[in-house]
Write a protein that binds this ligand. Structure first.
Ligand SMILES: *Cc1c(COP(=O)(O)O)cnc(C)c1O
Length: 365
């Protein structure tokens, strides 16, 4: 079986630059909160045209510390999507707040903004949209609702580094934008890492305290914080990859176009909404024959993954929230019909053709 994502190809291309970064860091013996993290934070804030970026230990922590920094507490409610990676909701639960789900739209798999207002209560404090698979959520509508009800907005951009609405990048719409540098993400480290971007200097300050034991100067603690720092080694590696992120995303878009040109009419291919830029963290098709397709691909050694097989409102870990089957019909139906195909910048076009042919063959039978 071929791998779903081959990180080694990219490593071989970047090897010399990465080793020279590592050498510099090892020789400096500065491993925590040094100049590599600071320089990388500056690259990220400039790229997003925001005034602050704060490196943290993971995407999950980026969400958690964001939610703390906007003042979330026990009993508050946060509106989010049931069709996302589990960490989105874990971050809400860590603060003591309650996740409140809203169904998704069937085309982009993002939160259905038309259903948000009906879930707002006097306890609602924030909306947490996820730009799932790299397609932006409808931030214009979400910001309008947030303004009307005086809610905060935290964006989960873990799968959408570089995605845009018009010319504005995701993460720069909400009070904070949260990124993950998990190795398989569009901008991936060689370990864990995360980043929060914001235009609010006081939020950035709070997160800088929270990520480092509540401390700004050594052994003086203003608050109870955490140990959640992006480390110098990951920041150095990420700086090398960041220089190429536009090229990497463009290559993902080219691979996606090829898949779509071959598969359109056979399965539902990803759509891109007007004025939006999709960065294809995943290339995800929809078919009632999903299981058949996956079986067939597996038999001939082609990988594919179901992101996500069980929506979050039906997860055992969240049963205490009291949701039932049927509560979010679109998320449930989509979970039973989606299949993600291999996509990464270095993927061979030949492999795309082979995968598409195999899917068509299976559907012709
Ligand atoms: C990867 C991911 C996260 C968590 O990021 P980590 O860096 O793995 O903690 C959160 N939300 C979404 C949507 C993700 O895909």
């Amino acid at each position: 079986m071929k791998p779903m994502i081959d990180l080694n190809k990219q490593f071989l291309e970047l090897k010399d630059e990465i080793f020279s970064e590592l050498k510099e860091i090892f020789q400096s013996s500065q491993f925590i909160l040094g100049k590599k993290v600071k320089a990388f934070e500056e690259m990220i804030s400039a790229y997003h045209n925001v005034n602050s970026a704060v490196g943290v230990a993971s995407g999950t922590d980026a969400l958690f510390l964001s939610l703390l920094s906007i003042g979330l507490k026990k009993g508050d409610e946060v509106i989010t999507t049931p069709f996302t990676f589990f960490a989105t909701v874990e971050a809400i639960v860590y603060t003591g707040a309650k996740p409140v789900f809203v169904d998704i739209e069937p085309e982009t798999f993002n939160i259905d903004v038309a259903q948000i207002e009906s879930r707002i209560t006097e306890r609602t404090q924030a909306i947490l949209p996820v730009h799932i698979f790299g397609h932006p959520a409808d931030m214009v509508s979400i910001l309008n609702i947030a303004k009307k009800y005086d809610l905060k907005v935290v964006e989960d951009c873990a799968q959408a580094f570089g995605a845009k609405i018009g010319n504005k990048k995701v993460g720069s719409f909400g009070d904070t934008g949260c990124f993950s540098f998990y190795p398989s993400k569009n901008l991936g480290a060689y370990g864990d890492g995360g980043m929060i971007i914001t235009n609010d200097i006081s939020i950035a300050e709070r997160i800088r305290l929270l990520r480092n034991h509540g401390s700004k100067s050594s052994y003086i603690h203003k608050t109870i914080g955490y140990n959640s720092r992006l480390d110098e080694i990951q920041a150095g590696i990420l700086s090398v990859k960041f220089k190429r992120i536009e090229e990497y995303n463009r290559k993902r878009q080219e691979k996606a176009s090829l898949y779509t040109s071959l598969l359109n009419g056979y399965v539902k291919c990803p759509v891109v909404k007007d004025n939006m830029t999709h960065v294809y963290h995943q290339y995800t098709i929809v078919s009632e024959k999903r299981d058949l397709i996956q079986e067939h691909l597996k038999r001939i050694g082609i990988p594919s993954v179901i992101y996500y097989p069980l929506p979050l409102h039906l997860q055992e870990a969240l049963s205490y929230l009291g949701y039932n089957k049927g509560d979010f019909p679109i998320a449930e139906k989509i979970s039973s019909e989606v299949l993600s195909l291999p996509i990464y910048p270095e993927l061979n076009e030949e492999d795309i053709v082979i995968t598409a042919e195999a899917i068509k063959e299976c559907l012709r039978k």
